[in-house]
Design a protein around this ligand. Structure first.
Ligand code: ZN
Length: 560
């Protein structure tokens, strides 16, 4: 049964209450005579933002927990409608602080990172592109709706892009091949629409960049991702390192998996099969898994143990599959109370273990960072936030016997092999987007050729056989980030590169690696990416040689 969170609440704002609350902060700033006056107004504003954030998180969570409840649905729609108004107020105040006569003093007291984040935020919420942002959101939701509308006839059933998943992983090669055919025929039927939606997004984003004085969308895309201390050149160098160090290993993983399946020439539809013995299965159900996780965290470190007990006993993990519950998994938080919450849907597969530990990593960081005074610095930027979640997956490796028994080693090998396969795909998605936004006038067919060129570079083993749509350079159309969140994808690979460094370190000195992990969680989002990585005693992925070290350790572990 669902335990609702009754201990946490926040008032529902109205347009009038927002005008009054933000008006009061504006008035304080109008009358401010010293830097201390500005700081006092900042404290008021921060408290207001925490209340609003807790209200928004609760509203969103309630709806995902029970999408059929009309009250929750209505509250969610109300919150969605109010969100842009709240953002406009916040951006207005960020602008005032950036232009404050006391900015130097304030930066000295609050740190310059906060101001660097705000510089990004004000760029991406500029009145000159306000209408374009509305259109961008509309085209994005058209794409989401198109994918959600998929009705794929297969195995005598009508499936969607999620429910065809198990067939794509069928142990029967002919079934998974046929399932790929069925899936891609949906994309082929909608080829014109998919091409057109992306074309409109690329053109629109180029227009936004021009209006804001950028020469292309790329630097604007980086600002929207709040990238503060690395550049396109850093990312390009990192992609080259992936080609040199990781692609050959990933290729070996593909070939070895195929050999184990008795397949001479692995095709695209074989890449979904990790293990001839099937994927390792967790030994128990959801309740058992969360109890076991709590015990394993306590065995590893008292701080992790105390945290896991609090999450479990407080009912802050919702993992059961229920009718009406939304799909997916995420970690959210209620900043008024410093309380994180994990939303998930367990399916009885090994990914339950991975998802739970991953989201616990986000939650642990949020909880350790709860006392950080400025709400903008509690969660780090995306590439840094995923370090906490992904690293915990590897730091939990020695505990896997608890979850998988004799299959633990198979799980560890699968998880690490999957990481080696993900890195090249992740940077391929990134490289493609750079090519697209460098030449926004390219035709859809030219974009397809761009994708084929990045596939040849990063996924040289890939063979689509008779799957005409992906073979023609359009496999990227299923990758939602490419449409919805431009340039958000490399983040996962950067974080993974850091997580793998934690894995390497933990094999030499487990205690030391874990202490550095906890210390990193304490820093939250108070620093940009490079500084957080250095503070954790890791090397920045852009540095030459970082991937070589990780690759060597993985090759030894996997005997590649
Ligand atoms: Zn995550």
């Amino acid at each position: 049964m669902l335990k609702t969170i009754t201990a946490i609440s926040a008032p529902t704002p109205t347009l009038d209450s927002l005008a009054a609350d933000y008006g009061a902060i504006d008035a304080r700033l109008n009358g401010a005579r010293t830097a201390a006056d500005w700081e006092a107004a900042l404290r008021d504003w921060d408290e207001l933002r925490r209340r609003l954030e807790t209200w928004h998180s609760l509203t969103t969570l309630h709806f995902s927990q029970d999408t059929r409840n009309p009250r929750y649905k209505e509250a969610r729609e109300y919150a969605d409608a109010l969100a842009p108004k709240i953002e406009a107020y916040d951006v207005g105040l960020k602008r005032r602080f950036l232009a404050s006569p006391y900015r130097t003093v304030l930066e000295g007291r609050l740190g310059s990172h906060l101001f660097a984040l705000w510089e990004c935020d004000v760029v991406t919420f500029d009145s000159r592109i306000e209408d374009d942002l509305v259109v961008e959101a509309q085209i994005s939701s058209d794409y989401t709706a198109l994918l959600a509308s998929a009705e794929i006839s297969f195995d005598g059933k009508t499936l969607n892009l999620a429910s065809i998943g198990p067939y794509l992983q069928s142990a029967d090669r002919a079934v998974r091949h046929a399932a790929q055919h069925a899936k891609w025929s949906f994309f082929a039927e909608h080829r014109r629409e998919l091409d057109d939606l992306y074309d409109r997004l690329v053109t629109l984003r180029r227009t936004m960049a021009m209006k804001l004085g950028y020469e292309s969308y790329i630097p604007l895309g980086y600002a929207r991702m709040r990238r503060i201390d690395y550049t396109q050149e850093d990312v390009a160098r990192y992609r080259d390192e992936i080609v040199r160090e990781i692609v050959p290993l990933a290729h070996k993983v593909v070939e070895r998996r195929a050999r184990a399946l008795g397949i001479e020439r692995p095709m695209y539809w074989d890449e979904t099969i990790a293990d001839a013995d099937g994927n390792p299965q967790p030994l128990g159900n959801g309740d058992w898994l969360v109890a076991e996780l709590t015990a394993s965290f306590a065995a590893v470190d008292p701080r992790l143990g105390e945290f896991a007990r609090m999450m479990r006993e407080g009912g802050f993990i919702d993992y059961e599959n229920r009718p009406g519950k939304a799909l997916g998994g995420y970690c959210t938080s209620f900043p008024t109370d410093g309380q994180p919450f994990i939303f998930a849907n367990f399916s009885g597969t090994d990914s339950d273990v991975t998802t739970l530990i991953h989201e616990m990593g986000h939650a642990f960081q949020n909880w350790r960072s709860r006392e950080i005074p400025n709400i903008d610095e509690i969660w780090p930027t995306m590439e840094s936030a995923e370090i906490h979640s992904m690293s915990l997956e590897y730091l939990a490796f020695p505990q896997m016997e608890r979850f998988f028994g004799e299959a633990a080693e198979r799980f560890r090998r699968k998880h690490l092999s999957d990481a080696l396969l993900f890195l090249p795909y992740g940077v391929a998605v990134d490289h493609f987007q750079h090519l697209v936004y460098e030449r926004p006038e390219a035709t859809p067919d030219e974009r397809a050729a761009m994708w084929r060129s990045v596939e040849e570079r990063y996924l040289p083993w890939r063979d689509y056989g008779d799957l005409a749509h992906p073979a023609a350079g359009r496999a990227w159309q299923q990758q939602r980030h490419i449409y919805l969140s431009p340039f958000y994808y490399i983040d996962y690979t950067l974080a993974l590169c850091c997580a793998l460094q934690f894995w390497v370190a933990s094999r030499r000195d487990y205690r030391g690696a874990l202490s550095r992990y906890v210390a990193l969680s304490d820093l939250g989002g108070t620093r940009p990416f490079r500084e957080l990585v250095h503070a954790a005693g890791l090397r920045v992925p852009f540095e030459p040689g970082v991937l070589a070290q990780v690759a060597a350790e993985a090759a030894t572990f996997l005997e590649l």
